[in-house]
Design a binder for this molecule. Structure first.
Ligand SMILES: O=c1ccn([C@@H]2O[C@H](COP(=O)(O)OP(=O)(O)O[C@H]3O[C@@H](CO)[C@H](O)[C@H]3O)[C@@H](O)[C@H]2O)c(=O)[nH]1
Ligand code: MN
Length: 329
């Protein structure tokens, strides 16, 4: 189903679980395939920051990629159809979202002002109409919605049939639950912040990989003046994962997040944090200082955040650090 849309791109497949299992990739794709043995070989001791048996492992692909734009998708997501019955080219829409500016400082009530047939509405300050660079494009899902286990347990048959034809910038200072199922980002801008954390095997939490990345990413985008969009494109999410298994993985996250959200909402980064790496290291220090008392897990996570940046910079020696306004390095 995805061949017409994926064939022209370079695929990075991150294989979780048993590395001896053979993944069969169909003919005609330009791809790299990494399993756990590859991750351990490439990162050595730093492989400790890449999760095992959780979708968080996908962020290894972001680290080894040499491309400017990244699109990440789950293996149970397929091509959806728009209300006219046409197949949706999710990649085309994500790239449009990423190439068009964002408007985080003032909400445009007619949604994406850069879209054909729309514009800034009356009262929108002209000084803000240039917008800012877009770092992340967060797509949505038809059919199985991305619900947490408690919600899924009480609404097992709920399906998302509502196609909303809109793309919106998430306002500065507002956090959101970033889902990794249908997500694109500008790797050269925000790549180092897209760490999906320590989840799954050996960890007290799972299925908060994309959430953790989304909260860290949004604080850094707000600080550096970049935008995050949500809305189109849709993909078809084909299957619901087991809510009982999910509850076991995510239950700590469900109560920890009541302390995590105020932490991220109040997180501020100093002016001298002019690169994503510096922002991320500073954030890891604040995680250690302020979340270590929630659970020792966050001390481990703070260390893993540092290891991630060290590994990122090792694999991307050009520095790749985007220096803002020519200040600092
Ligand atoms: O041990 C694992 C489990 C899963 N994966 C891969 O992760 C994604 C999501 O898995 P799945 O589709 O089974 O679960 P969902 O509830 O639909 O996923 C939601 O949770 C987020 C992941 O935390 C995800 O972005 C949401 O859609 C699949 O690609 C599995 O293959 C894994 O690698 N290892
Ligand atoms: Mn799924």
């Amino acid at each position: 189903m995805w061949r017409p849309f994926f064939q022209q791109y370079h695929l990075i497949i991150v294989q979780d679980g048993d590395p001896n299992k053979i993944i069969k990739v169909p003919e005609g794709f330009d791809y790299e395939l990494y399993n756990r043995n590859d991750i351990n070989r490439i990162l050595g001791p730093k492989a400790s920051c890449i999760s095992f048996k959780d979708s968080a492992c996908r962020c290894f692909g972001y680290m080894v990629s040499k491309k400017k734009y990244i699109y990440t998708i789950d293996d149970d997501c397929f091509v959806a159809k728009n209300p006219s019955g046409q197949d949706i080219n999710a990649l085309e829409q994500h790239i449009k979202n990423l190439l068009c500016p964002s408007t985080p400082f003032f909400f445009n009530t007619l949604y994406d002002p850069y879209r054909d047939g729309a514009d800034f509405v009356r009262g929108y300050p002209f000084s803000l109409r240039e917008g800012v660079p877009t770092a992340v494009s967060h797509g949505l899902w038809l059919n199985i919605p991305d619900y947490d286990a408690p919600t899924q347990l009480v609404k097992p048959r709920e399906r998302n049939t509502r196609y909303v034809d809109a793309v919106m910038t998430i306002p500065k200072g507002t956090l959101f639950p970033m889902c990794g199922m249908n997500l694109a980002f500008n790797r050269e801008l925000i790549g180092p912040a897209m760490y999906f954390g320590l989840m799954g095997d050996g960890q007290p939490i799972g299925r908060y990989d994309d959430m953790w990345a989304g909260w860290c990413m949004k604080v850094i985008c707000d600080h550096l003046g970049w935008g995050v969009k949500t809305g189109l494109p849709y993909i078809w999410h084909s299957k619901a994962s087991n809510p009982f298994v999910n509850l076991k993985k995510e239950y700590k996250g469900i109560y920890w997040q009541e302390e995590l959200i105020p932490f991220f909402q109040s997180a501020t980064l100093p002016k001298d944090c002019t690169t994503v790496q510096k922002c991320y290291i500073e954030l890891s220090k604040q995680v250690r200082a302020k979340l270590g008392k929630v659970d020792d897990y966050f001390l481990k996570l703070a260390d893993a955040m540092v290891t991630w940046i060290e590994a990122w910079d090792e694999l991307n020696p050009s520095g790749g650090e985007l220096v803002l306004n020519g200040v600092g390095k």
